[in-house]
Design a protein around this ligand. Sequence first.
Ligand code: TNX
Length: 719
Amino acid sequence: MKIRHLLSAAALWFLTLTAQAQPAPAHRTDLGGEFLFTRATLVTYEQGLEALADYLRSYLPLAGASEQYASDAALVLALDPSLGEEAYRLDILPDHIAIEGGAYGGVFNGIQQLFRLLPPEVYARECTLPLRLPTLHIEDAPRFAYRGMMLDVARTWVDAPHVKRYIDLLSYHNINKLHLHLSDDEGWRIEIRSHPELTEIGGFRGGDSPVRPIYGKWDEKYGGYYTQEQMRELIAYAAARNIEIIPEIDLPGHSRNIASVHPEIRCNYRPDTVSTCGYDYRSAWCVAREENYRLLEDILGELCALFPSPYIHIGGDEVDASQWERCPDCRALMERRGITDPHRLEDIFMQRMSDILAAHGKRPALWNEAVKRGGPARTSRVHGWESVRACLDAVDKGYPTVVMPATSFYFDMRQSPHEEGHSWAAVFDARTTYNFDFAREGFNAERMRHVEGLEAAFWSEAYVSHEPEKPDYLDYMTFPRLCALSRLAWSGNEAGWESYYRELVGEHYDRMTAMGIRFRLFPPTVSCRNGELTASTDDGSTLCYLVDSSPEEHSYTGPIATTQPYRYRFFTRRGTGRSPEAADRSFYRTVTPSWKLTSSMPLSERFPASNAEHYRGMSRTCRTCRPKDWLLYTFDMPLRCRELFLQTGYRQLPNAHIVTGYAEVSYDGVRFERAGALDKGCITLRPNRPVRAVRLVATCRGNSTPFVVIQPPVVKPVL
Ligand code: TNX
């Protein structure tokens, strides 16, 4: 008995503590009492909320639920239409808990608030009762009606169970829109019953598919798709968690996939397939071909019937209009319409898409490029991704806009300079996402009227090459940046980063661990002074380190005395989180030797050899690679180094590289010896003698791209 009391007292103390570290909801009043939450606590619900009673009981070991709605029962779920749809009131009183929402979503949000008052184990469905909860009154409502996340399932296929898991994770963070990027050059992911070939063929690339292989999947047929049945289930699963799925079919560009399945939709000219080892590169729908609109009517018609979302995203980004310029039919259409700018053809195309959607009672959502000329109706929703300026432009034109500039919201961007991920928009972590400031970015009150909310995006070109640790990479890139996004979209960032960071560390790390998220921790601080290498963290994580290239992990217990600090790399772990590696500056130091590039492949004039040679960016060949093609790096002086990293293809992306091949090293400039196979177009050499030249030799027939990208060698000096 006594022990029990002690435990409860401890639990109460713990809960009060964590409750203090909670995000401050709009209004919270502590009432000073307590409620005893037991297995016998009966859940009662108002009509229409049964799914939420079931949801609650799937997380907590509560014995019963009753349709007999009684407002003074132990745990009451109720509606109060006087509240905003997603707003809620949570009352914890000595004898009952009441969660009232303006609509279903509001009650769901209230349940999430209750979860945040419980120990983190609730997310693992391991919360034991009884528990004492402090009595309180909370009223809260979201800042934005649109709080979204976009997942690109086209480049990397994410199957339905993994999407469900992701929906769960989003829903714990009060995200209410899941924008699914269902088609792109590399895949078609949603069954269209009137055209089963779109998924049966276009759902897969490589192997015997007419869709070319790419992004690390070269020797196998790769892909997958959702049947309409599965999608219906996902839609319902998401809806039960207050998430609307918004489908996207990317039109009229990013369509190489469907154009490989239905080549007739392409523009009417002969492609140059010689430089691509036979692949047709055209990726846009021909605007002049009338039959195309019948196929599009079938596709959009089925999507409108399948998805309850009032918006269907029809893309509109990165359209290569040069294809239309080369097409006699599109040119004739331009003449008939009296237009000279081929981009106007996109407006014509999008207008027809909008008409199809309107006939089904839906509106289009578009990437910001599609409204640059102001063509589409102001009822279209714009997703502003290119820049803040692009968002402001859409807002100023009067479009309801979802703000998602890549520089703060593209979660495929890497989080610090030496990590994985893209960097074309920015290198940023959760802090940048959290600190996004509408006022500072130029959104005044008038402009804010057109802002529907915020969205983040995870594009998956680079994800597929991480497949062995697939969920880890998605989690790592998403969290905690998504926590920051959700805070920004739900209540704003006025509390400031320092306060939010304390909350992440004090609260969310344990919650994400219970959720099973392999999240990113911030890297440790490393410094070296007077022969002492030290590492530290401020987030309660455990510090570990690695020496040289050995995989053996050591735990860090104190300063390391060394004259070779560049041999050590540190990282931290906490729960299911891990940090990136961090090292002393000397580890990252590189030199830029003088060298020359030659090749069996002709080199591009736009991306000449001198770019790479002078460390001013990359160089390119003018065609794809074939067996025995070579790249030769000749150093002006014999090069002594610790490490020599050679890379073909884009940084962070296995694309436009030599897919299979090997490296040969020469120490005298005459004889070459094998030094190993290329891995995703790259090789790291650790030569023990000065190197005169390295040759990379291809063994693959093509790389699915009409060129090979050549990066300057990364050379780490002998220290
Ligand atoms: C731009 S964002 C794209 C995507 C890429 C992404 C990579 C947008 C509408 N287009 O096709 O996946 O960059 O970060």
